[in-house]
Design a protein around this ligand. Sequence first.
Ligand code: KIV
Ligand code: ZN
Length: 523
Amino acid sequence: MGRKIWVFDTTLRDGEQVPGAKLNLYEKVEIAQQLKKLGVDIIEAGFPASSQGDFDAVRAVAEKVGNTNDIMITALARAVKADIDAVYNAVKYAENPMIHMVLGTSDIHVEKKFSKSKDQILQIGVDAVKYAKTLLPQVQYSTEDASRSDFEYLWKTIEAVMRAGATMINVPDTVGFAEPEEFGEMIFKLNDRMKNLDDSVLLSVHCHNDLGMATANTLAAIKNGADKVECTINGIGERAGNAALEEVVMALKTRSSIYNAETRINTKEIINTSRLVSSFMGLDVQVNKAITGDNAFAHSSGIHQDGLLKSRDAYEIVHPEDVGLDDMELVLTARSGRHAVKNALEKLGFSNLSTDEFEGIFEGFLKLADAKKEVYDHDLYVIVESYYEKHDANNKNATHYSDQFFDFEDLQVVSNASFPSASVKICKGGEVFKASAVGSGPIDALYSAIAEITNIDVKLVEYNINSVSRGKEALGKVKITIEHAGEKYIAKAADTDILKASALAYINAINSIVVAKLTPVMN
Ligand code: KIV
Ligand code: ZN
């Protein structure tokens, strides 16, 4: 068993500072519930002095999520009485509340931001801690801009606030200036002095990502004695963001022999938490983001797919199941090799193909992959079918499953405030179907019209749209998740017309349901 590392999540405070990411009270409580399920030790729920709305939201989190002893609820204050009172009055409803206060220690903050002397600032900090201790036993002191502070002044401040009663000392790299080796050395020295003074006080770090080193700096701090880490889901936060919780936690787990430290995070809840935060805050996760990005477990190169099918550890250091995903994703593209295509065909029941048959089908696959970019299971059925139509119509594989798939033909969408409506034309088995619907918005109308034709009962769980390139010719890439009979189906599509991309993604997902119903028949 490794040393315990405390996880302090500040998605609802530093994360919420991202422009446009403001949450309402209900959204904050729901994310806080999910963070509790994830197993974080401390939730920083907001900055109550900033507005009545934030005060109310922090209080709601304290009451509804902080109602058990296994989680601590805190919120941020500047080292002034009014802020400390606001935090106290909001978090006091939790079983385990804490006051977190921040005051700068770098020359830039002391001289330029506050225009005071170092001694004056230190005294303000000490007085603030003494006051907070009259309200609650747990008080965290953050030495803002610590990584750019004079080391001996930083230590003098930490020593003084510890003597005043601070129970956690947080050392922020506020502007993401630190470098792992240098930051590690600083934490090592602070930890040594702190543990000599009072080893019950936790040493924490809070790293920003301005130079892309927030996770590396956080891990260097852990290696050098830090007891606690501050991070956010998906690494969101002020400017370039904070250390990403999922990266720090999975690095500790995956490289345990190096760090010899562990958290109590239930890693299987990582993806759920990431998706909830992303959708409530309206902040898309970068597709190649470590652990939570869309492509983090998607393998598309033929060489990699071949290696993975032989042995997963060839190209996989974190198992997708460990973070709450179903399985690795082998995306069939023009780069997929024969092994991956053969594997996908076998899963659909086409197992005993002769070499000639497979080569013919593979040729069809390459043609479609060039045109369509990503090839789905229902596309494979169509490829197999057209191969046998041409070469051997009596073969047992020459079935007519593709008659059951839906094919997009055309659409018309009217977007206005009163009657957003859509009409669609879809083919199935050579027949053309048309339907129209009114909805709460153009996409809702479009999906209702398609649903009238497909007649498969689904719930839209997630709808996401991104621009793939720039300018007038930019492709809109739509990714949707739908639920049918308790199973989730994810599908994507891209087009310069975002409504067409939306329709295609929905139809791809519907066809995946059709495939899922067919597959047991084939096997
Ligand atoms: O970046 C920072 O210094 C902070 C403090 C409030 C911890 O967010
Ligand atoms: Zn910060």
